[in-house]
Design a protein around this ligand. Structure first.
Ligand SMILES: [Zn+2]
Length: 252
């Protein structure tokens, strides 16, 4: 077994994953991607042990205040430089398969602020994009704006890109901000998103291209007051609150 063998990466420990080159010469299998995300504590699933805490969703999600037994915290993986590059390379290959014109068109990658910015930079490199813009947050942090230092030109194709989607809402917002700031903009027919944890396949008509999908049936989200984990005595932990990151507490 070596790197070219599908499944080989399942045997690698954290320090070995950190040595991988971005191009391993083949697509990662779904279980290899899950292994990488799990190793870097990017995915959390409740074990069923009620003495262990569970997650209460942050206010940045559309399910603010609901409880869940599963969550994906992409920065845990994307802050690791070589894991970011490894996953970005995989997404770049998918983009080239689904949208071969990426090789000949003048491409501007655009991502929403801010979690997907480093991923988008790496993908832009691997697909030889000409430009990369990331949207800014408005001062109240609630929505996005086009940065006033960037101007698209009519020969460009805008390739929107994000790191995860749960509902498509951020994606729709991203497209509308780009469209409003750049009348007549040409979009690529695809919307690359590293991880798709929604049951959607398109955002505003653009096909979602991902390296992995987490089916919504794999996890539960409960409305406040209806969570069986709370009822059984498991402590809910707000993943992020008052700018405090509680993610590691879920693994204690
Ligand atoms: Zn709960």
């Amino acid at each position: 077994m070596n790197l070219s063998t599908p499944g080989y990466i399942l045997s690698l420990k954290k320090h070995e994953l950190l040595q991988l080159p971005p191009n391993i010469g083949r697509p990662l299998t779904e279980s290899e991607i899950r292994h990488i995300l799990h190793t870097f504590l990017c995915t959390w699933k409740h074990s069923g042990d009620y003495t262990k805490p569970h997650a209460s969703l942050p206010s940045t999600t559309s399910s603010n205040g609901c409880c869940t037994d599963f969550f994906i915290n992409t920065p845990q993986a994307l802050e690791v430089v070589n894991i970011n590059r490894l996953l970005a390379f995989q997404l770049a290959q998918k983009i080239k398969e689904e949208y071969p014109e990426v090789n000949t068109n003048t491409i501007r990658v655009v991502n929403p602020s801010y979690s997907s910015t480093t991923l988008a930079t790496n993908v832009a490199n691997f697909i030889n994009a000409t430009k990369h813009t990331y949207l800014k947050k408005t001062p109240n942090g609630e929505s996005q704006t086009w940065p006033d230092i960037s101007y698209t030109s009519h020969d460009e194709v805008v390739l929107p890109l994000d790191e995860i989607t749960a509902s498509g809402v951020t994606g729709e917002g991203t497209l509308s901000v780009i469209g409003e700031a750049n009348p007549g903009v040409r979009f690529a027919p695809i919307f690359p998103i590293l991880i798709n944890r929604s049951n959607g396949t398109k955002i505003c008509g653009l096909k979602i291209v991902s390296i992995i999908t987490f089916n919504p049936q794999e996890f539960n989200i409960w409305e406040p007051g209806q969570c069986p984990l709370c009822a059984a005595g498991s402590k809910p932990i707000r993943i992020r609150s008052h700018q405090k990151n509680n993610w590691q507490k879920l693994f204690a």
